[in-house]
Design a protein around this ligand. Structure first.
Ligand code: FMN
Length: 242
């Protein structure tokens, strides 16, 4: 019986890092609080908060981060992540890819911005800046700037680079600029997230980052934790702002 309780508690707090074994009372409390939140949100007939995650990734590292951020968002019972990727851009102005990918994550459409409650954008670092496909996507959002559709909504950013001092912070800052013009409320990750002090790879207060190296290393424990932490944080803010 106690092992069943522990299993259920682990399920309910899937993404909470823990440094000790829970007491049976703590485990029961986690289960009760999780299910009362789910039940309450159903009772109030809440519409789930839609957290839109838009990214570009050529070799998969930024894509892995998006998935982890999505897990963080989805750990909040009142929120759902909507993950969308971006196609590459061409030096010509011709269309180079089908509008819908053959497989995998669907492509983002600027209309996805209309009904999102929060936005998280990610890109590999290209020479200290975001990659062109994300910039291209953002450059098509003038109508939402004009209508003020994104004003007051929470936002965050994430990146992957191949080298440790290859400009992660500047890439993260570069992605914040258009979001500020849209009037979004940008958040990073506070130092209460232990990954920020413990990491020897990525994870910054400006947002999650990943040190992919030349081979495209997998995400480290701290990088995963930072990604999930941003997802949870944006979900929480989105709930609080209604
Ligand atoms: C055009 C270009 C520019 C890049 N510039 C940088 C850079 O300034 N610093 C760095 O560390 N990595 C740089 N990289 C490497 C990518 O940021 C890195 O491989 C990233 O993890 C790729 O992410 P992805 O797997 O999501 O495509 C660059 C790669 C390309 C193609």
């Amino acid at each position: 019986m106690p092992s069943l309780v522990y299993m259920a508690a682990n399920y309910c707090s899937r993404y909470e890092p823990r440094d000790r074994i829970l007491t049976i009372e703590e485990a029961l409390l986690i289960i009760i609080s999780h299910y009362s939140q789910v039940y309450l949100s159903k009772l109030r007939n809440y519409k789930l908060q839609k957290i839109l995650i838009v990214y570009y990734s050529r070799h998969g590292s930024t894509a892995s981060m998006a998935q982890q951020i999505g897990l963080g968002v989805d750990s909040d019972p009142a929120c759902e992540s909507v993950i969308r990727c971006l196609p590459g851009v061409s030096a010509n102005t011709e269309q180079t890819q089908a509008l819908v990918p053959d497989a995998g994550v669907p492509f983002a459409d600027t209309r996805d911005l209309e009904d999102c409650n929060a936005l998280i954008i990610g890109s590999p670092g290209y020479f200290g800046n975001m990659a062109a496909p994300l910039k291209y996507f953002l450059d098509q959002t003038s109508q939402y700037w004009l209508s003020g559709a994104l004003i007051g909504k929470p936002a965050g950013v994430f990146t992957s680079t191949s080298s440790l001092h290859g400009g992660q912070e500047s890439v993260l800052l570069s992605m914040m600029l258009p979001l500020l013009h849209h009037g979004m409320l940008i958040t990073g990750i506070p130092y209460s997230e232990s990954a920020l002090n413990q990491t020897t790879t990525g994870a910054t207060p400006y947002g999650p980052s990943h040190l992919a190296g030349q081979q495209g290393n997998p995400l480290s424990k701290e990088e995963i934790s930072a990604c999930q932490s941003l997802g949870k944080r944006i979900a929480l803010l989105s709930n609080q702002l209604g």
